[in-house]
Structure formats: structure tokens, C-alpha cells
Design a protein. Structure first.
Length: 256
């Protein structure tokens, strides 16, 4: 179903509600939560999902699994989404944190088919089999590393949130420490305790995540220069280390 209202359909007696939605360019889906678990897949383009404890970037050919009751907001740019809203009892294996997974050719076609199902689809017939196969495919999927954790403790949380909104190549550990009224050593130690990595490593990963939407419209050379890498080769190596794929595999199919 395209552009259906979850609120109007939520109480239907089906475990899985497939709903497709079209969004305008540079659209921010404000913070909200669902009673059901959600699979959120962008047919094209890149989405960013932010929750209290992290930020997930969802490139083309991937989807994010959002746990039930998890407050989140989504930034998208001219994206059409295919979503499944799933009764929690039907997916006891669902992750407890947002998780990005691969959407291969089979799963993509199944999600496309599900998006065209009527509201009153036959759960015991072919339509129900399509939904069941989607859940099997999702359960077999491995999590992908397209996220960064946001510390719960202040002032680290505010600093990280601000950086995610506007990644700044020039920011230094000393500047962050000064803004937090701490010595550089104390700031580094406490940040590591809160985030599990050093401030510099956290910023480097956040910059790489910020690169993924940029690759939609710009070349690898342009993105690497904007993010301050010495060469496209060094940028490619950093992306491959972080995400297991080179930038060419993370671009839209029409531009790769």
C-alpha cells in the first residue's frame, strides 16, 4: 500500500503491515516511535536515522531494522520508502538496537511485491508467503557497520550531536576539551569511557558516515577533497576499512 497511514491501519489483525511512502527532497521525519517493529528501506537514495544512542546511515540497497518503541527521526532526500510494520511477538529475534542490513536482489523484489499488496491481503495464501519469506531473509541477514554510537553522558553527547549535524574537519581534541572545561588528557579519558573510542577516532568515523550521502551526487575525488583526505586513494582505503566496501560499491546504482 502506498502512502497509507500507520495510525489508521495499526489495529488491523495482521502481524505485518507493508506500507510504501513517498517523501519530498531534504525531508526530516520528526522524532517519533512505533508500537510495532519497523523495517525501513529506501528504494533509492540515502537515509540517516538518529536515536538517543546513535546515528545510522542507510545507503541504497540497505535497510534499517528499528525496534518497537524506539524514538527516532529520519533525514531523507527525495526517498520513496518500503516499510514493514511488524507485531513484536511475530519477530522475537528482532534486534534491540537499530541495525542496518543488506537488501539483496531477492529481498528487494519481495519488498517491492509487498508494497503493492492490498490492505486486506490473504495472510494464508501467496501474499502471506511473500511476507513470510521476507521475514526469513531478514532473520538471516548480518548487521552492517553503518553507524556511530552517541555517548549518553554530557557534554560528550552534545558535542557529538553537533558534529553529526555539521562534521567539521578543522575541529580538534583541544577545542572539544576546552568547550567542556577539561584538560585534554581528562577529556580524552572520559570520552573513551563514554564512547568506547578516542574523540579523534569517533570524529573520523562520523565523517565517513557523512560521506555516504555526499557520494550520491559527487565523485569520489570531490568527496575525498571536501573531507580533507590527502588523495582519493586514501579516502577509498579509509571507507573500505570502516565499512568493508569501497566507495564505488556505496554509490547509487545509476552513478556507480
Amino acid at each position: 500500500m502506498l502512502n497509507g497511514s500507520l495510525e489508521a491501519l495499526d489495529r488491523l489483525p495482521v502481524d505485518v503491515l507493508p506500507i510504501g511512502t513517498e517523501y519530498p527532497p531534504d525531508f526530516l521525519l520528526a522524532r517519533h516511535a512505533h508500537r510495532r517493529a519497523q523495517l525501513l528501506h529506501g528504494v533509492h537514495g540515502v537515509m540517516r536515522v538518529d536515536t538517543d544512542d546513535g546515528s545510522w546511515v542507510v545507503p541504497e540497497d540497505r535497510a534499517v531494522l528499528i525496534p518497537p518503541g524506539t524514538p527516532h527521526e529520519v533525514r531523507m532526500d527525495g526517498v520513496t520508502t518500503w516499510s514493514l510494520y511488524i507485531e513484536p511477538a511475530a519477530v522475537p529475534w528482532w534486534p534491540i538496537r537499530c541495525t542496518v542490513v543488506e537488501v539483496g536482489a531477492l529481498l528487494r523484489e519481495l519488498l517491492s511485491e509487498a508494497s503493492r499488496l492490498p490492505v486486506d491481503y490473504d495472510v494464508s495464501g501467496r501474499d502471506g508467503a511473500v511476507i513470510g519469506l521476507i521475514l526469513h531473509e531478514l532473520r538471516a541477514g548480518a548487521p552492517l557497520p553503518f553507524h556511530v554510537t552517541v555517548p549518553a553522558e554530557e557534554p560528550f553527547r552534545a558535542l557529538c550531536r553537533a558534529f553529526l549535524s555539521r562534521p567539521d574537519l578543522a575541529v580538534t581534541n583541544d577545542e572539544w576539551a576546552a568547550s567542556a572545561a577539561m584538560s585534554g588528557r581528562t577529556f580524552d579519558r572520559r570520552f573513551r569511557e563514554a564512547a568506547g573510542v578516542s574523540p579523534a577516532a569517533w570524529r573520523a568515523r562520523a565523517r565517513l558516515l557523512a560521506a555516504l550521502p555526499m557520494l550520491e551526487r559527487r565523485t569520489v575525488t570531490e568527496v575525498s577533497a571536501e573531507l580533507g583526505y590527502a588523495s582519493p586513494a586514501s579516502f577509498t582505503a579509509a571507507v573500505t576499512r570502516a565499512f568493508g566496501l569501497p566507495p564505488s560499491r556505496l554509490r547509487p546504482r545509476s552513478r556507480a
